[in-house]
Design a protein around this ligand. Structure first.
Ligand code: SR1
Ligand code: MG
Length: 408
């Protein structure tokens, strides 16, 4: 049976079953009752849930040569190895915040991991307007530990450079350089998805704003050159499993050494998308108030708690002699906060008008409400980018959202 998996091919559900039995050896699988379903809903990979009648289950994730979002796009299937290795590392830095990896296989470009069926994908939960009181505390711990824990401030510099080398990820970074830092401002590849009623608004506010372009290129070069920390690289609500008690981060295939505000800003922006959906699609005023009110508090807390925990991590773990110089820690954290604000804006824009959109906006059924929601995102985003140096607290982030709501 193993011979079948000696050469790469894209598995179907039947083959994934066999594969799980062959590779996930920690369970005494009951092969007679084995079942499998492909459950992937991301843009890139295939995800199979395999389970038997005895309570054993696992997730098999396989990288295809062509991306799910577009058959024309091909990126290295080695991304599955990168993802598996970083999940193992993040599991050490932030125990209990990532799924356990059972194995990874560089032939089939697949890995097996813990089945988190007692959790749900956070974006789906946001579309249902569910609230999670522990989320801000949990995601801020994950980010503080994984981000600060991989910096030059903390790590031996040669060890850090080894990690940087291991997680160099040019093809996935190129996707981000194009889809986040280039195309939303010019549609140069002709693949932006612009909601028709906002076409003129997007042209004026994004394609023709030269001052904005200058700020974005500064941020793009920083994304490419500032090897600050080992990022998740795609930390939106589709990369998070959640339930009332627990937050688990997965899908770090875009990981690389970059500016850590990239991860934090992604979380904040995706909470703003959740707010927009709650605002437009809540069944009644009470649902809207509960959900949007919770989201607003999450925005404030994610910013404030992450900064506080990173400050604390820095104080407790700093090893670099010069990083102990008075004033540097506060300076360092202020740059992270500015990057967080900027990336909040970049993610808001690219998911609104770029190639890869979010359901939080695209499923707003009323055209006028969707038009307004997208404008709120764009208006807020431009201020997050242009005024990134002036924000100091989570409340400052929320104020920008409130101002955009009032203006649109
Ligand atoms: C071509 S891949 C499009 C997007 O999906 C991933 O989740 C990343 O966010 C990427 O930008
Ligand atoms: Mg993904």
């Amino acid at each position: 049976m193993m011979a079948k998996f000696d050469t790469y091919f894209l598995m179907n559900a039947e083959e994934a079953k066999e594969y799980a039995v062959a590779k996930v050896t920690k369970f005494p699988w009951d092969t007679a009752s084995l079942q499998c379903k492909e459950i992937g809903d991301g843009n890139l990979n295939y995800v199979f849930r395999v389970w038997d009648g005895q309570g054993h289950s696992a997730i098999i994730k396989q990288a295809g040569e062509a991306l799910r979002i577009s058959a024309d796009m091909h990126i290295s299937t080695d991304r599955n190895r990168i993802e598996s290795e970083i999940l193992l590392l993040q599991g050490k830095l932030a125990p209990g915040y990532v799924p356990e990896i059972y194995f990874y296989d560089t032939v089939m470009c697949a890995c097996g991991m813990e089945d988190l069926s007692d959790h749900a994908i956070m974006r789906t939960c946001m579309l249902q307007h569910k609230t999670y009181p522990k989320f801000a505390d949990q995601i801020s711990t994950f980010m503080a530990n994984t981000l600060m824990g991989t910096t030059d401030v903390v790590l031996d510099h040669k060890e850090k450079k080894e990690l940087q080398k291991k997680y160099i990820n040019p093809e996935l970074c190129e996707i981000t350089e194009d889809l986040v830092y280039t195309e939303p401002y010019n549609d140069c590849a002709g693949r932006n998805n612009v909601f028709a009623p906002n076409a003129e608004f997007v042209k004026t506010e994004l394609y023709e704003d030269k001052e904005l372009h200058l700020e974005v290129v500064k941020l793009k070069m920083d994304f490419m050159c500032n090897a600050q920390s080992l990022l998740h690289g795609d930390l939106h609500t589709g990369s998070i499993f959640i339930n009332e008690e627990s937050t688990m981060v997965f899908d770090p295939e875009f990981c690389f050494y970059g500016p850590m505000g990239y991860d934090i800003g992604n979380v904040v922006a995706n909470m703003i998308f959740a707010w927009c959906h709650g605002d437009a699609e809540s069944a009644d005023a009470a649902e809207r108030e509960t959900f949007c009110g919770w989201v607003e508090q999450v925005i404030v807390d994610v910013v404030d708690l992450t900064m506080a925990k990173m400050n604390d991590y820095y104080s407790r773990h700093v090893t670099d002699r010069m990083c102990k110089t008075e004033g540097y820690q506060a300076y360092y954290l202020s740059t992270i906060l500015a990057d967080t604000a900027a990336v909040t804006g970049l993610e808001l824009i690219r998911r609104t008008v770029g190639m890869a959109n979010v359901k939080d906006l695209t499923t707003i059924s009323d055209s006028a409400k969707r038009t307004r929601a997208e404008r709120i995102c764009i208006v807020a985003a431009k201020r997050f980018i242009k005024e990134r140096q002036t924000l100091h607290t989570g409340k400052d982030f929320l104020q920008i959202l409130h101002d955009a709501i009032a203006a649109c």
